[in-house]
Design a protein around this ligand. Sequence first.
Ligand code: SAM
Length: 271
Amino acid sequence: MNKESVVAKKKFGQNFLKDQSVLRKIVESMPKNDNKVVEIGPGLGDLTKFLVDVKSVEAFEVDTDLCKLLQNNFKKEIDTKRLHLHCGDVLQAWKSSLVDEPYDLVANLPYYIATNIILKALADPMCKNILVMVQLEVAEKFCATSGQKVFGSLSVISQSIGTTNIVLAVPPTAFDPQPKVDSAVFLIEKTADRSDKDFEDLLRVAFTQPRKTLIKNLSAKYEKTVLQEAFLDLELALTIRPHQVSTQDYHQLYKITRSLDGRRNTRGTGN
Ligand code: SAM
């Protein structure tokens, strides 16, 4: 099999990036450091070719046909250990860390599992930076700032861990086959470890019904009196909606509700 005879498999989210200027821009946007690069879904190897020129790469590809093709086309890089190719599902391979040394994730991700992969990379202590192509809508959620309609739990989680920045919007014509949606490349430069699970639970509850008030959503988990005291402390209006609260105030809210929780009962926990 050669590259030209490959038929893209929808079930693996295969939309191959063909636009050379976009490929170049991705490589130019990589943070400058000595970290290894991890590529998830090398596909036909178009991005991989650029990546092995500048860094040593660990790549994970689920499609066995593409794996064979990559083994042939990157024989020299594999022999010289410039490229380490893992054939199989990356989610199966991912334990607490995906590889055992500091790495930057650089990839045109399979869209059907993109959010899951980014959350795993954010939680992975070996992953230092994330530069990925995803559906535009997903990039906007990770990069939104407080006040924007799409600001949600993904925005708070990513901004609690690092800085976020949309690098480039990419139209469907850059790919073969063309996806039905617009895409974007975005960068998360990590500056902290992932926030704890209880904080993320608070966020999940906070954004359950984005159009309702924040206090209404949170009252599913916390006593109203605890919330009223916390809102007063933070000078948050009781009518405020979840997307209008800053990442910093979510952290404060978490701290205050935890300390008040120590003194009062929370609903449903039986404490
Ligand atoms: N990097 C290539 C490019 O830019 O043209 C291909 C990107 S394509 C959007 C996504 C790639 O991820 C495909 O090669 C697909 O087979 C692979 N993939 C899908 N699910 C995967 C999984 N669970 N583990 C590893 N690779 C996966």
